[in-house]
Design a protein around this ligand. Structure first.
Ligand code: MEV
Length: 319
């Protein structure tokens, strides 16, 4: 019988602290459990093809099908190989079975919602589970981080961490994450500008600007770090208006870093116009998604309507 092993991983948003987090400042990120990438591992019968030592990778969303060993530089091939190595599995192993790994995702690509990290974590989970193993969030995060480095050269590690743990996290580069359960209760509305930019572009531009003027940029990163600390205090005190204020102030600093754009600014303005307590771009920027803090679920519905009316191509809710 050819049963399928199916595993998935969630999308994410950055509540505050993006970009500065690349430079060692703290940031807070939240999972979006309702938006997921799904990986399905299915055994191939010996004799189905001549590549019993290989993995057949199928990604219909990006119109791709290839053999892992023939295209080892592709992100999905890389995460499968990293996972096989981590669990000690190879074609030489007595328990090896050839398989097909198929990946689909509801998470838009290049929209700052962690689609790359979610794809990696889903693929790693399904590959390990196919051979009867389960990886810890720490292991999954470390494996996905290797692939994140292919997407952009200097990732902080926040995306793979929040996706692998599927919990709100307080994150500082190089340190174990702290789970910030209070952030899970927020009524966030996420609005997509419909413009997509690979994270490496704004991250590279910020790096170039920092290299030109490290004093000014370090001061901006420090200002962002202070806001992230204020955001955590507000979260722990359940002071939503204070949290909203820090989000607005964080957005202004991201504008100064030039990673926001007209589409993101317009959606933030629309959300605030609908009474959102705070609104900001989220993630790499220059398009992609913004987040708005609503008072509660009922209010989130009217913020969502305002975002749609202002041109958001998709709107999601954090809960
Ligand atoms: C991407 O979700 C967040 C950035 O800070 C990049 C990173 O931390 O690697 C823009």
């Amino acid at each position: 019988m050819n049963t399928a092993t199916i595993r998935s991983a969630c999308a994410k948003v950055i509540l505050c602290g993006e970009h500065a987090v690349v430079y060692g400042r703290p940031a807070i990120a939240l999972p979006l459990p309702g938006l997921r990438a799904t990986a399905t591992a299915t055994a191939r019968e010996p004799g189905d093809d001549a590549r019993a030592d290989d993995v057949d990778v199928i990604a219909p969303d990006i119109n791709a099908r290839y053999w892992m060993r023939l295209q080892p530089g592709r992100p999905i091939a890389r995460i499968i190989q990293l996972t096989l190595t981590r669990i000690g599995m190879s074609p030489e192993h007595a328990d090896w079975r050839p398989f097909t790994l198929s990946l689909t995702s509801d998470i838009p690509v290049g929209a700052n919602l962690g689609s790359g990290a979610a794809t990696s974590v889903a693929a790693a989970r399904a590959t390990a589970a196919f051979f009867g193993q389960a990886l810890s969030p720490e292991d999954l995060s470390a494996l996905a981080f290797e692939v994140e480095r292919m997407h952009h050269g200097t990732p902080s590690g926040i995306d793979n961490t929040v996706v692998a743990f599927e919990q709100p996290v307080w994150f500082v580069r190089g340190q174990p994450p702290e789970i910030l359960a209070a952030a899970g209760a927020l009524a966030l509305v996420i609005g997509d500008t419909g413009e997509s930019t690979p994270t490496r572009v704004p991250v590279g531009d910020v790096r170039a600007a920092w290299q030109r003027d490290p004093v000014a940029y370090d001061a901006l990163f420090d200002q962002i770090a202070r806001l992230v600390i204020q955001a955590r205090d507000a979260l722990l005190a359940n002071d939503l208006p204070a949290l909203g204020d820090t989000m607005n102030a964080n957005h202004a600093l991201l504008q100064t870093l030039t990673v926001s754009n007209a589409g993101l600014d317009a959606l933030c303005a629309a959300a605030r116009g609908a009474g959102a307590l705070g609104a900001k771009m989220s993630g790499g920027g220059r398009g992609g998604n913004m987040i708005a803090l609503a008072r509660d679920d009922g209010h989130a519905a009217s913020v969502a309507d305002a975002l749609r009316a202002a041109g958001a191509t998709r709107v999601y809710r954090s809960r």
